[in-house]
Design a protein around this ligand. Structure first.
Ligand code: GDP
Length: 195
């Protein structure tokens, strides 16, 4: 997909602040530092659009990036950041649960997993939680460039084995550093969103 327009159009903590133009939405979820901002920037060809490199404690909001007036990427704050207070964690949980469970425009969630490591307990909880809500998930293993190509398959198998994803949920490999997997990711997104 050729991205000709991509802007942060809405920042929300509650449903009244979500966009009202009914475009399909794809949410992005993942542990803090997994490479989510880098993924968004790479997919949208915009270097500084999503902020990179862990500003933990940055405002916990849902950020709606409108793309080509066709769809939204919805950046969901990263999970698993240890230093977040209990109160913040509860607010995060409530905000995400409301969005994921109630949002009609949400067509799929892209869940990012670090390709180098076994999925964490938080990764598994997140995946299973989305399945509980019946949301299609596209799994993206990030930072592929940090693993030698000969080990890609092995790492993907470990992720698959640990998460045990539904047959309908694809697992892709990606690198924001090299752009590897970008075309495949767009193709998968377009088919899930029926664009
Ligand atoms: P976020 O917290 O999930 O938004 O993660 P960021 O996008 O800020 O990335 C966290 C760190 O990982 C940064 O230092 C990035 O430069 C680095 N990073 C992200 N994606 C990649 C990748 O594909 N390859 C490599 N080598 N580093 C990456």
């Amino acid at each position: 997909m050729k991205v000709v327009k991509a802007e942060l159009e809405h920042v929300a903590v509650k449903p009244e602040q979500y966009p009202v133009n009914r475009l399909p939405e794809l949410a992005l979820a993942g542990r803090s530092n997994v490479g989510k901002s880098s993924f968004i920037n790479k997919m949208l060809n915009r270097k500084g659009l999503a902020r990179t490199s862990g500003q933990p404690g940055k405002t916990q909001t849902l950020n709606f990036y409108e793309i080509n007036e066709m769809l939204y990427f919805v950046d969901v704050p990263g999970y698993g950041y240890a230093k977040v207070s209990k109160t913040e964690r509860a607010a995060w949980g409530k905000m995400i649960e409301t969005y994921l469970s109630e949002r009609e425009e949400l067509k799929a969630v892209l869940q990012l997993i670090d390709a180098r490591h076994k999925p964490s307990e938080d990764d598994k909880l997140m995946y299973n939680w989305m399945k509980h809500f019946g949301i299609p998930v596209i799994l993206v293993a990030t930072k592929a460039d940090k693993i030698s190509k000969s080990k890609w398959q092995k790492h993907l198998s470990i992720i698959s084995k640990e998460l045990d994803p539904d047959d309908a949920d694809p697992l892709l490999l990606f690198s924001s550093e090299t752009g590897y997997g970008k075309e495949e990711a767009w193709k998968t997104i377009q088919s899930h969103l029926q664009l």
